[in-house]
Design a protein around this ligand. Structure first.
Ligand SMILES: [Zn+2]
Length: 421
């Protein structure tokens, strides 16, 4: 009966290679935007794979998928593990997907051990694929995990619109996610997520496993300058109110003011939407998505205020009107220290020397931790720190290390939880 552990169902490389093909184009990485046809295909493979391994598949109204192993019985507490299967446009194969699939493999192996009488569960286990973690097609990011944790009302989430006006609810319905199905597991006692680092800290420290203490905070602003559409030829220069010129000045002033006063904050203006976007029409509306990231919320407040001053100056200098469409602070998370200690100890027992570190990026584990669900985030190295790019890569030995530690942590939590410690 021991061969159950090595059945192809829990072979991480096989299932990972299968998922890597969905939404892939040669040289362009993987594009599986949330609630797209490609995301639907990935969800279907995940559900079929887990169902074949004996899991009960349910999904909630925002499309979060739960592969449930109810081996401890109804009424028992839950442990969750997972991540997300959506990607950025032309993204990498590992970001998110690895965390879901490694958790799936660990759950299948653990289930076999339980069925063979080699493990005795006190907790049920669900492998979770959270909807729209990336925030590429719909903002805010971390949508599914924020809905589950109660921070975002699900009606608000379903009403989010993408760049073409399609709501998340309609996009999900188009891939067959139309309302919740089945008994959704309750809030878990703990959540564990394995993710690639998307930075160079682990590689530079020569470590394979990172245990995340917490994350940076992020302030995300969506800013629109509103001018007036006019012919680019005959309209006298003095009459023009050019929203793109305002946005250009706003972007340059933002970088200058933050670089001068808060140089260690990570910052970007990474998306620009111009309307009507014709070479012959002075731009009427220009919308820019700005981000500031740092550890200190008070500093992000000051930097954000300085940015707003710069945006207003760009508006008044160009005769345009400024509209702040969104300005949201994601507070820094401190991950659960007791759970961190369990991950650290378990990783050591597997022969690794983990590095305690902070994550600059947000992850689903952060959304859950911020809502009071004790959560752990485990990192493995990314070659050259490349992320959100087709060249994203993690060496097989590092994937194996992460898989080993995640499986060991879940084996421990499912047999005794962590409050019981
Ligand atoms: Zn991710």
């Amino acid at each position: 009966m021991d061969n159950a552990v090595t059945m192809p169902g829990s072979d991480l490389t096989t299932i990972f290679n299968q998922l890597s093909l969905i939404g892939a184009r040669p040289g362009e990485g993987v594009t599986r935007l949330a609630a797209s046809a490609e995301d639907g295909a990935a969800r279907a493979v995940f559900a079929a794979w887990m169902a074949q391994g004996g899991a009960r598949i349910v999904q909630d109204a925002v499309g979060n998928q739960f592969a449930c192993f109810d081996s401890a019985g109804e009424g028992s507490p839950w442990i969750f593990a997972g991540s997300h299967l959506d990607t950025q446009p032309r993204g990498g194969r590992f970001d998110g997907t690895l965390g879901v699939l490694a958790a799936g493999c660990a759950a299948l192996d653990l289930d076999s051990e339980i069925k063979n009488g080699r493990a005795r569960p006190t907790h049920n286990l669900a492998v979770v694929n959270w909807t729209n973690e990336e925030g590429a097609r719909y903002q805010p990011s971390l949508t599914g995990s924020s809905v589950f944790s109660g921070a975002l009302p699900f009606g608000d989430a379903l009403a989010l619109r993408d760049g073409t006006g399609i709501s998340l609810g309609d996009a999900l319905a188009a891939i067959g996610v139309d309302g919740g199905t089945g008994r959704i597991p309750p809030r878990p006692e703990a959540y564990v997520e394995l993710h690639v680092e998307q930075g160079r800290t682990l590689a530079e420290a020569g470590r394979r496993i990172g245990v995340i203490e917490g994350t940076w905070a992020a302030r995300k602003m969506m800013v629109t300058w509103i001018g007036r559409a006019a012919h680019t030829g005959p309209t006298p220069m003095a009459d023009r109110r050019d929203a793109l010129l305002a946005a250009a000045q706003g972007i340059a002033a933002f970088e200058a003011v933050i670089a001068a006063n808060h140089p260690h904050l990570h910052r970007s203006a990474a998306r620009l939407v111009v309307e009507p976007n014709s070479p012959n029409v002075v731009v009427e509306r220009a919308t820019v998505w700005f981000e500031l990231r740092g550890l200190d919320v008070a500093e992000l407040d000051r930097a954000g205020e300085a940015a707003l001053v710069a945006f207003r100056a760009a508006a008044s200098g160009t005769g345009t009107r400024l509209e702040i469409a969104a300005d949201a602070l994601r507070p820094p998370a401190n991950m659960d220290s007791q759970l961190m200690a369990i991950v650290d100890e378990t990783a050591r027992s597997c022969g690794f020397e983990p590095l305690a570190m902070r994550s600059v990026a947000g992850h689903d584990a952060v959304a859950l931790q911020n809502s009071g669900i004790p959560s752990a985030l485990i990192f493995i190295p990314s070659v050259d720190g490349i992320a959100h790019h087709p060249d994203e890569f993690t060496h097989p030995e590092d994937v194996q290390a992460g898989h080993t530690v995640l499986a060991a942590v879940l084996r421990r939590l499912v047999q005794g939880g962590f409050h019981a410690g």
